[in-house]
Ligand binder design. Structure first.
Ligand SMILES: NC(=O)c1ccc[n+]([C@@H]2O[C@H](COP(=O)([O-])OP(=O)(O)OC[C@H]3O[C@@H](n4cnc5c(N)ncnc54)[C@H](OP(=O)(O)O)[C@@H]3O)[C@@H](O)[C@H]2O)c1
Length: 360
């Protein structure tokens, strides 16, 4: 145990040197993932395996790069566009052999199941899963739907990831890695206890009648709360589901499995493809507005380092936490809004979602 802790603190220093200092906490357990055949009796950790969804651009790509270049992680880039992901990895300068691109379309439950099968066939262990991919349709007038008929934003960002992480729990539990993690990327925009979260339309799951009805826009609303379709709200609602799901995972599994469940707001990465469907004027003005007015802007590189910390830094092992960063880029445990931390809503999102994805 002590040796592994020492190994972790050395790793922590190396990690912090590479990707920036973070607040210290401690947790580590002895594990066969420690390679005892290293020279001079030194114990080293085997290379970890991390799956990052939506690693073909923006935050996911920057995170994949930050983890891969430590040499301590093999990154599975779980992406819907194989060629785009390969090109992105190359142009980001990721070393061949440090990553594998595997096909995953979160807007299809069949594709999620196929990804899990392919991942298992690869024979790699699963040590960390990062649920990062998302779509945002702020200007859509009408809803569009996933292959299974769910409104696209909630279907992709929440239901696709919900099925993926539920199926991969078995694999995470089997891993012998000392710090196994499931990270689900959240957002300030789903938190109505913030200024950004109060910009209309605000997130609100209501009584979840639309979710219970399957979000299909036919015999139920395409919106979780049963209201009229609003693409920006659908995205914010999906992020509330992401943050509630992380907490429900924590309540159900942390004590029994030791897996760390966490979420985060990486900062406003105003330049990513997330805003691709916004009007051109918005895309032009949003980055300088975030840089010079709100000062909430972070670069893709910096945000990638933050998510990499939450995924792998030995000092960020606390479970059930929603991480944020202050102006000095130091991490802290942030408060979620009342709705995004409502345990009854989290249980209901979990129970309804497992019916929708065919787990119950
Ligand atoms: N940008 C911000 O300011 C900000 C702030 C807070 C939180 N976030 C969160 O950060 C995460 C990443 O967003 P980003 O800003 O990096 O946006 P991005 O550059 O658009 O990246 C989104 C990724 O998700 C992938 N994706 C979309 N639909 C998918 C599907 N059906 N199956 C598989 N992958 C799919 C995209 O793939 P393609 O490359 O094929 O399109 C892309 O790789 C999201 O969870 C977002 O909510 C972002």
């Amino acid at each position: 145990m002590l040796i592994v802790c020492e190994c972790f603190s050395t790793k922590q220093r190396e990690f912090n040197a590479r990707i920036g200092a973070v607040r210290a906490q401690t947790t580590a357990t002895a594990s066969p993932a420690v390679n005892r055949s290293a020279p001079e009796g030194k114990k080293t950790l085997r290379q970890g395996c991390v799956v990052v969804t939506g690693a073909s651009s923006g935050l996911g790509l920057a995170t994949a790069k930050a983890l891969a270049e430590t040499g301590k992680w093999h990154v599975i880039m779980a992406c819907r566009d194989f060629l785009k992901a390969e090109r992105a990895a190359k142009s980001a300068g990721m070393a061949k052999g440090s990553y594998t691109v595997m096909h995953l379309d979160l807007a299809s439950l069949d594709s999620v199941r196929q990804f899990v099968e392919s991942f298992r066939r690869s024979g790699r262990p699963l040590d960390v899963l990062v649920c990062n991919a998302a779509v945002y349709q702020p200007t859509a007038k009408e809803p569009t739907f996933t292959a299974d008929g769910f409104e696209l934003s909630v279907g992709t960002n929440h239901l696709g990831h919900f099925l993926l992480s539920r199926l991969l729990m078995d694999d995470l539990q089997k891993s012998d890695y000392p710090s196994k993690r499931l990270i689900i990327v959240g957002s300030i925009t789903g938190n109505t206890n913030t200024l950004a979260g109060n910009v209309p339309p605000k997130a609100n799951l209501g009584d979840m009648r639309g979710l219970a009805g399957g979000l299909n826009g036919l015999n139920s609303s395409a919106m979780i709360d049963g209201g009229d379709f609003d693409g920006a709200k659908a995205y914010k609602d999906s992020k509330v589901c992401n943050m509630l799901t992380m907490q429900e995972f924590h309540r159900r599994y942390h004590e029994e499995t030791g897996i760390t469940f966490a979420s985060l707001y990486p900062g406003c990465i105003a330049t990513t493809g997330l805003f691709r469907e916004h009007i051109p004027l918005f895309r032009l003005l949003f980055p300088p507005f975030q840089k010079y007015i709100t000062k909430g802007y972070v670069s893709e590189d910096e945000a990638g380092k933050r998510l990499a910390q939450v995924a792998a830094d030995p000092s960020l092992t606390k479970s059930g936490v929603y991480w944020s960063w202050n102006k000095d880029s130091a991490s802290f445990e942030n408060q979620l809004s009342q709705e995004a931390s409502d345990a009854d809503k989290a249980r209901k999102v979990w129970e309804v979602s497992e019916k929708l994805v065919g787990l119950a």
